[in-house]
Write a protein that binds this ligand. Structure first.
Ligand SMILES: Cc1ncc(COP(=O)(O)O)c(C=O)c1O
Length: 458
């Protein structure tokens, strides 16, 4: 046996984190297992089985999984549902796979998740982007007007995939967009990764389900008490070939799905479809109190969002710094930050005490004198090559400073909002270079840039 050092870095970190007793305003929605007394009693490891007799098979459900999927589709009001154990990422890949089988070209909202871009590369699907916007300093989803313009310009596309809600709790007008898309004979798929709770939180009117979307993907783990990676793919109309979707979902999913994970999705939907009203009205009350206490005594402002559970707090200074202080000094972890905001995901598993701690901490965090100017998020760069083609061409890396005028060879994403700044095959212009430099200097996270270098085509 080989000798290794005895350290277990992941376990050591997780144990230390438990001892910190942190407050969670981030995903997953169960907030350190507050919802899981049932599982803790039963023992999660004891539920971690394989396809023993009676356990059914996620690839060909005929027993308990089939029954459970029928129930969850009923709870959400969809035609049919599929459990995903690799997050919405695999659902979004399945949508792109579906496009590759039905038409080979798809329209994506530019605020799409990186998985949509990866999907088009994996399945060699031609892509055109619909621009998303900004309002009062935060990103907003695509408008019906822009969707109309782009479906008219791209009649060879077979469908549209858009993100709603976005990270900031802003939603698109799905009903209007669905009408426009269907008129052109295309399908509408909605990446509703951040909206799995809408049905239970009195926000069903914001969902794609029941409002014209043909496919909707929910990351149950983000906003509901579900283990990380738990997601559900919903078919919501009869224009979708369900056999092709099943093939895509099966192709992309693991052959060893986690039963505790699936069971947590079944439990969360079942519980909140019965008790959601009560729990979400208590959550709303806690959030209203937070807003009142913050805005009456400080310069902090909570922005209006369509989804009241998404708390976007305007920080007069640098959001990245506020997030770091909350973590380091107050043991409060939030979901994300940008120049002017911190973003918290609140769920019914957050107790009143969590909100009190957040208010108390923000009362004490000094507003920096120097306010960092936030740069405009750059528009969509010029497309010079198809992204699936550019990705597989020969690359080299160049320093960010010297990248202007080169063709990008990778996907560069800034977190948040976690949407592509530049995709393979697009021209790296001066605005992008400047934006990457400013974001990085302010402590933001830019994926695709390693050691200050960008992969470009040779
Ligand atoms: C808008 C959006 N879509 C899809 C995903 C991917 O979801 P998952 O992490 O469940 O794979 C994310 C993840 O953050 C997201 O923000």
């Amino acid at each position: 046996m080989r000798k290794t050092n005895q350290s277990e870095p992941i376990n050591e970190f997780l144990n230390k984190n438990i001892q910190r007793k942190p407050v969670s305003f981030h995903m997953p929605g169960h907030k350190y297992g507050r919802f899981f007394s049932h599982y803790i009693k039963t023992g999660t490891f004891k539920m971690d089985i394989t396809e023993i007799p009676g356990a059914d098979n996620i690839k060909k459900p005929e027993g308990i999984i089939k029954k459970s999927l029928k129930k969850i589709a009923g709870e959400y009001g969809s035609y049919a549902a599929f459990y995903l154990t690799n997050g919405s990422t695999s659902g979004i890949h399945a949508i792109i796979r579906y496009a590759s089988l039905t038409g080979r070209k798809i329209l994506l909202s530019r605020d799409c998740h990186i998985s949509a871009v990866n999907g088009t590369i994996l399945f060699d699907v031609e892509t055109a982007y619909i621009p998303s916007g900004n309002e009062n300093g935060i990103p907003v989803p695509v408008t019906a007007g822009d969707v109309k313009k782009y479906v008219e310009k791209n009649p060879d596309a077979c469908g549209v995939l858009l993100t709603s809600p976005n990270y900031y709790g802003k939603t698109a007008d799905i009903a209007k967009i669905a009408h426009i898309v269907h008129e052109k004979g295309m399908f509408l798929a909605v990446d509703e990764a951040h909206g799995a709770h809408f049905e239970f939180a009195g926000l069903a009117h914001l969902s794609g389900i029941g409002h014209g979307a043909d496919m909707v993907c929910h990351s149950m783990h983000k906003t509901l008490p579900v283990y990380n990676q738990g997601a559900v793919f919903h078919i919501c109309s009869d224009i979708i070939d369900i056999d092709k979707i099943r093939e895509a979902v099966n192709m992309l999913g693991t052959t060893s799905p986690s039963y505790p994970l699936i069971a947590s999705m079944e439990k969360a939907a079942s519980y909140y479809s019965l008790n959601g009203k009560r729990f979400y009205s208590r959550l709303k009350e806690n959030i209203l109190q937070l807003k009142h206490k913050l805005e009456s005594k400080t310069n902090y402002k909570i922005l209006e969002t369509d989804d009241f559970t998404r708390i976007v707090i305007q920080t007069p200074g640098n959001g990245f710094k506020t997030a770091a202080i909350l973590h380091d000094k107050y043991k409060i972890d939030i979901e994300a930050a940008d120049f002017y905001h911190i973003i918290c995901i609140a769920t019914p598993s957050n107790r009143r005490g969590d909100f009190k701690k957040l208010v108390k901490a923000l009362y004490k965090i000094e507003i920096p004198d120097k306010i960092i100017e936030s740069p405009e998020i750059p528009g969509i760069p010029e497309k010079l090559l198809e992204q699936s083609q550019a990705y597989y061409m020969k690359h080299k890396t160049v320093p960010v400073d010297m990248a202007e005028g080169r063709i990008c060879g990778t996907i560069i994403v800034s977190y948040p909002p976690g949407t592509p700044l530049i995709c393979p095959g697009e021209n790296i212009d001066g605005c992008i270079v400047e934006y990457i430099k400013i974001i990085t200097e302010a402590g933001g996270n830019v994926l695709g840039v390693e050691n200050n270098k960008i992969p470009v085509l040779e």
